[in-house]
Ligand binder design. Structure first.
Ligand code: NAP
Length: 245
């Protein structure tokens, strides 16, 4: 039977690359977006073209909203039946700032999306998944580096994702459900331009040991491996996908 992957924030960037890769591997794709319907439809079209057997559909889902997350999971189950994997990917950054200069609204936006949103998605996954399935949370190297002078709020939100991964892996391990995370480094997506810093990719990418930024497809490959049976004895792990950064 065709397996189904649920991906939050699948309209662009790492989520899109992950959707297309799973489609190429023959999975059904259920992806969410928050505002960018056109990009989400484009990802579905790319999946349909890449797909071997599966189908793709996109649904609006704001991960900050509990009902929206529950509705997304219900819709995916209605459409495809069992869910075999969840990629907890939706996330935002905010403009470059020191903590001293941050206002509370910006910090709330980052924490609501990256922490509360990711926890709500992980909770629904915990309620929905069955033995032999897996979750991958998308953290960031920022969790280890702290992002001083850029966004320590974002870095802290990703530290919470690492901790969620460790705890939830222990809760769900006895049920045969694996939980892991990836920590991307500087990856060439629109997230940097979204806060007015498109040059961040060219500035910081060459400074990492591998001497270049990463492609979203390189993160997708790691996510796919962690969900796949090839990683059947891996849980509670956090994999740096950062070119050594
Ligand atoms: P991106 O290109 O900006 O895409 C972000 C995705 O998240 C979009 O699909 C967006 O939907 C969705 N999204 C944003 N807010 C949402 C919300 N409230 N509810 C539901 N979906 C929401 O970002 P990316 O670079 O691919 O990043 C994906 C993940 O990787 C994030 O968690 C990010 O923190 C992490 N990451 C990225 C990098 C990097 O260098 N790119 C490095 C480390 C970690 P719309 O299209 O509808 O706006």
């Amino acid at each position: 039977m065709t397996k189904t992957i649920l991906i939050t924030g699948g309209s662009r960037g790492i989520g899109r690359a992950t959707a297309v890769l799973f489609a190429r591997k023959g999975w059904n794709i259920a992806l969410s977006f928050v505002g960018n319907q056109e990009s989400a439809d484009e990802t579905c079209a790319l999946c349909e073209r890449a797909g071997v057997t599966g189908n793709a559909f996109a649904r609006k889902c704001d991960v900050r909203d509990e009902n929206s997350v529950i509705d997304f999971f219900n819709t995916v189950r209605d459409r495809f039946g069992a869910i075999n994997g969840v990629v907890n990917n939706a996330g935002i950054v905010a403009p470059q700032s020191t903590l001293a200069d941050m206002d509370i609204g910006r910090m709330k936006d980052v924490f609501d999306t990256n922490i509360l949103g990711a926890y709500l998605v992980a909770r629904e996954a915990a309620r929905t998944l069955h033995s032999g399935t897996a979750i991958v949370n998308v953290s960031s190297m920022a969790a280890k580096l702290g992002s001083p002078g850029e966004y320590v709020d974002y870095a802290g939100s990703k530290g919470a994702i690492d901790t969620l991964t460790i705890g939830l892996a222990k809760e769900l391990g006895p049920m045969g459900i694996r939980v892991n995370a990836v920590r991307p480094g500087i990856i060439d997506t629109e997230i940097h331009a979204s806060v007015g810093r498109p040059e961040r990719i060219a500035e910081l990418g060459p400074n990492c040991p591998l001497g270049r930024p990463g492609d979203p497809e390189e993160v997708a490959n790691s996510i796919y491996w962690l969900i796949s049976k090839d990683a059947s004895y891996v849980t509670g792990s956090i994999l740096d996908v950062s070119g050594g950064r």
